[in-house]
Design a protein. Sequence first.
Length: 260
Amino acid sequence: MSFRCSICSEAYTASGTEHAICSTKCGHLFGKSCLKKWASEKNVEGKFMCPVCRQSLRDYFPIYDVPNELLGTTLNEIKDKWHNEDDILRRCILGTLGEKHFFIEKEMVEHEDLNKKTIEFSDASNGYILIAGYDEFKFNDSYDYPNDDYDRIYFLKVYDGEHVCYSKNFRSIRITAVAVYKYSKDGIEYCVGLENGNIHNTVFYLTNGDRETPHENILFNENKDINSICYLGQNDIVYSVEHCHIFNVHTDVWILKKIG
């Protein structure tokens, strides 16, 4: 997640100010003033849609204790790379990428006579692009599934250029949230939240530009849908479950869970 507002593309400001960081339950970040205006203009019967994923929302909440130096120096140091990564994602969604970046579109239409592929989450870090979504299988011109438990097969893929360098199949367990740690200089780290309450943490370390074997672990099981996840820092995430239940946990010492 880039430290620029997804609505106005401007940098966030300190906590308590007009353009401070706010998050929705789906995990997307915006400046407070921008999201407040969006929610007011798009309000229908007390609800509005997330500007990024279009999930129906009723409210949003502030993110506290983000260091001021993180908002300033980190952005200045690597804003060009963020801009390029975010630009790739936007242009992919808009369908304006050059031919060499058509890999996601190819994934979407590949075997379209046999299945339907939907991408629900996407992000980028250190030149790698992550996508997550689900497949629906089609037989005899109608959707027919092996059994009721496998109507959708959920997946996550990490791309290095046009090539898939990592892929994971979650079978019928719905992916409800994805967060990528954008400040890692020596690897790729992300968390995946699932409808069964599991949070999967995966880290790829990079040595001289080469990927090492990914380190994977399941942090814990809440037995409730994970609504959203966001990173506060390395190995430090905030996640939400049910209505207004927000927790802070360190992914390297996951037993240290704090109620938010």
